[in-house]
Design a protein around this ligand. Sequence first.
Ligand code: NAP
Length: 498
Amino acid sequence: MLTETDTVPTDPETVDSAQREAIDSVPKGLFIGGTWRDTAGALPVTDPATGRLLCEVADATPEDGLDALTAATAAQAEWARTPARERSDILMRAHRLLLTDVERLALVMTLEMGKPLAEARGEVAYAAEFLRWFAEEAVRLDGGYMPSPTGGSRFLVTRQPVGPSLLITPWNFPMAMGARKIGPALAAGCTCVVKPAEQTPLSMLALAAVLHGAGVPAGVVNVVTTADPGAVMTPLILDERSRKLSFTGSTAVGKHLLELCARTVMRTSMELGGNAPFLVFDDADLDAAVDGAMAAKMRNIGQACTAANRILVQRGVAEEFARKLTARMAALPMGPGTEPGAVVGPLIDADAVAKVTELVADARARGATALLGGDPVDGPGNFYPATVLADVPDEAALCHTEIFGPVAALAAFDTEAEAVARANDTPYGLVAYVYTENLRRGLRVCEALETGMVGLNQGVVSNPAAPFGGVKESGLGREGGLTGIDEFLETKYIGVQL
Ligand code: NAP
């Protein structure tokens, strides 16, 4: 196990046999129309902990992408006609298959993405839970029948699958973000073309193989991996056969894709970036608040859209909170995610380390104090140490940008009104966290926060059974929960004259 002062592993060639076996077990081709397709080009997949090449996967051309859409379109009518109970049973089988294969899938995820194995296991289970949740929802689609208020006719309201859907996912939760889209799409009766992030294609290819094994018919789920997402996905977005884009990723790319979707008035779901405020009031259970901050900050090594980006603590308890949080952060072992017990794994790439380094330097130059860490480590791998900054001024760049790293940025506030105003002072609105023992204050602040989600005395909000999503520039629509399947359904009204 590495500590902050140790160096990271220096032998990038070391690949143990279990790791090799896990990587080899994943198909590397494009998954189109139920078969795996090789391509002339290859997309390298590297281990962010060492920089070593893990393998290469297929690199789709725009023609491959269109073939995938053709396969999804061809399978659409039959899949929509497939009884909901059958679609549900297939999703439930996939749920069980994922759970029986957690170790292999988690190892693949850790190797390509860097998160600690324990978190990767958690993500596989989280992905599986989306499949189960939507298997349960598939058989509960409802409709309506009511008399027209003016008499005579009747309103028959039914819901139908929106049609072939494009699903684009990020690298930070490489399996769960896919399952969160594929689950409801399939449950609703939609076929899909999935494009995973180029840095983490293996988890999605492994999920496709599991879905295939569970009995998903050919063409219902297609996966294209590519080094040129714009060239491959733009023609699909502009193709009138595509009826829906569900995207999870950065706000900048989301805005670009929304502009493209406007051309065909395509339905969209957008799960975009965040800038979560974490508010600790002086009446909070401080130990619970520290626990919550650790979870909200350190899940996925800080690389989550839900990560606590700005930790605002009421002045009377700010010092004590900082001391307790710093002690907890200092105790986190740093090392490759495959090392037992490692918590601070590598960031996704060298650019991510450079960005965090720059944000921390900017905050310090503007007056923030490093209570822990604050300087990059040498060596191969994209490691950045657990860092705590105190007295971070609002004008620091990291208050306005997703840090996406293990950096806790603390600042003090005096009044509730000030805390809410500062929390809302961002174009993002995904999630906020509030710690207080005062119920009235808790609910008042939750209502005043301009976010799609709030964790009230809890540091993790993600749950397949809850509606996940943001307001403002954090996105459109909700994934999971009772409304998650609606994103893949159209409402049809039939006027009936009796
Ligand atoms: P990203 O750069 O926006 O990429 C997301 C996906 O879009 C990737 O598959 C990417 O492919 C693809 N893409 C990029 N340009 C494209 C284009 N022109 N046309 C079609 N697809 C394109 O985001 P990221 O860096 O992977 O992920 C981190 C971001 O995701 C953060 O902002 C985080 O907050 C956000 N996120 C949000 C949620 C949420 O639920 N709100 C959840 C997780 C992450 P390549 O990989 O090939 O570039």
